[in-house]
Design a protein around this ligand. Structure first.
Ligand code: SF4
Length: 467
């Protein structure tokens, strides 16, 4: 019987089908960080259970870490407690932790692929919903809750119900300076934030094949914002090239066998999906969210939609009141306070290169209170510094930070003051996500860089043509 990529990975990890339509699934890789692991470790202690497979675990500090003045220690009391708990738990259970003093420390979804901990065909879990990121490397990856973190630590398994198969096919060529961030925002704007609920989404088509692995990760990262727990992309030559020489790949003794398996990680030709949608990449212009959900998105050259085109008027008016915006406002006329380039969506070297290309020789507008660049990992930061990107950013007036989740969420020292308006390359624009009453607009790294220079939104394609 023909199988999708999702079917193949699922079947390869299914230990047992239960009577209630759930299945017991083996988990290959468990990524942990300071926010969702302390209670799980406490649970193990209370039940006097040990960890089933320590080698499957990768631990890092990311959500709560300071991205500046690290030599002064962690000042926020809650962050300090969380991080110290992770340190103690890793020490006690002999788990290697990528902590603040380690060059390889960074956002869990950046360092997993970077170190080769993320491998095709694996089942990968983490107590963080953006675990979907790792699907770009043909792995079945999804976020889990704290009780499941404990369960995986103890048993290396989870009872799961299989999702349906959804294929999103994208063909055509993206315009210059239009990125995979614009593509996924456009898709979410089209299918909605519940469009993928109950499905695992596999992205196919020539546009996806043409994307780099880093760009593919941005799409899988935001698949959760389309309602699906996992996004997947087939293994191909680019996946193989990306993986080559990564630290935690199978040893040379096992590599050929692994590669043979990875090459099977593609949906069978002619397989039937439960749902299919097609998109044309050349339709897409730079995207900007105007509301408090990633589906509230439009092109930078457009206006905020009027209530006539919205189903739920009450929600629409609440959203605009929260965002401090009026119907039909031109996106390019919106003034901005802060710029954040970072997060597991857009903090890889390719993202920083895109932003640097825009910023080079320019200055951050005097209207902008703060513009920060937060690399996704110590390795990304070091690479950027080797390429001189840090100097380009700092010369323009950006702050160059240490790696972490930073202003993606108000859980560390980097957050918005009430009513501040931020252009962010992260993945969520929910109310209060970046700080109480903070206002978030999601964009690509290039669009964030242009916004920093102009002090308002501007089409990156036009900016680069005029430059
Ligand atoms: S960068 Fe944001 S979305 Fe990504 S892991 Fe950190 S908090 Fe979660």
């Amino acid at each position: 019987m023909k199988q999708t990529l999702y079917d193949k990975i699922w079947n390869d990890h299914c230990i047992l089908d239960n009577d209630d339509h759930s299945s017991l699934i083996y988990i290959d890789r468990h990524l942990i960080h300071e926010v969702t692991s302390p209670q799980a470790f406490d649970g193990l202690d209370i039940k006097k259970r040990d960890i089933w497979n320590k080698k499957s675990i990768m631990a890092t500090t990311d959500h709560n870490v300071p991205t500046i003045n690290r030599d002064q220690g962690i000042t926020d009391p809650v962050s300090k407690i969380q991080i110290e708990a992770l340190r103690e738990n890793c020490k006690k259970h002999n788990i290697e932790l990528y902590d603040l003093d380690n060059l390889k420390q960074g956002i869990v979804h950046v360092i997993g692929p970077e170190l080769g901990m993320t491998q095709p065909g694996m089942t990968i879990v983490c107590g963080d919903s953006h675990t979907s990121t790792h699907g770009a490397l043909a792995s079945l990856s999804f976020g889990i809750g704290t009780s499941d973190v404990e369960h995986v630590l103890a048993t290396q398994c989870l009872n799961l119900t299989k999702e349906k198969n959804f294929n999103i096919e994208v063909n055509g060529v993206l315009h210059p300076y239009i990125t995979s961030k614009d593509l996924i925002l456009y898709i979410i704007g089209s299918i909605g934030t519940s469009g993928g609920t109950g499905y695992t989404i596999e992205y196919t088509g020539e546009t996806i094949s043409d994307l780099s692995i880093e760009s593919r990760m941005t799409i899988c990262n935001m698949t959760i914002e389309a309602g699906a727990k996992s996004g997947l992309m087939a293994f191909d030559e680019k996946t193989h090239d990306y993986l080559k020489d990564r630290e935690f790949l199978p040893s040379s003794k096992h590599y050929d066998d692994a590669l043979k398996y990875w090459e099977t990680l593609i949906s069978d030709s002619g397989v039937t999906f439960d749902r299919k949608e097609k998109f044309n990449a050349s339709d897409i212009q730079p995207q900007v969210t105007w509301g408090t959900s990633p589906e509230m998105v439009t092109s930078v050259d457009e206006c905020i939609p009027s209530s006539d085109s919205i189903d739920n008027e009450e929600e629409y008016l609440d959203t605009l009141a929260y965002m401090g915006l009026e119907p039909k406002t031109e996106i390019k006329s919106i003034d901005l306070d802060k710029i954040f380039i970072g997060s597991c969506t857009n903090s890889r070297i390719e993202d920083l290169r895109q932003a640097a290309e825009v910023v080079e020789g320019e200055k951050v507008s005097s209207k902008i209170k703060q513009a920060i660049i937060v690399p996704g990992s110590g390795l990304v930061k070091a690479q950027a510094e080797r390429e001189g990107l840090d100097k380009i950013f700092m010369k323009a007036g950006f702050e160059w930070r240490d790696p972490g989740c930073s202003m993606c969420l108000g859980m560390n020292d980097d957050f918005l003051q009430p009513y501040e308006r931020c252009v962010s390359t992260s993945n969520r624009n929910f109310q209060g996500r970046q700080g109480d009453k903070g206002r978030t607009h999601l964009v690509s790294p290039g669009m964030a860089a242009v916004a920093a220079i102009k002090g308002h939104f501007y089409n990156v394609k036009d900016f680069m043509n005029e430059k």
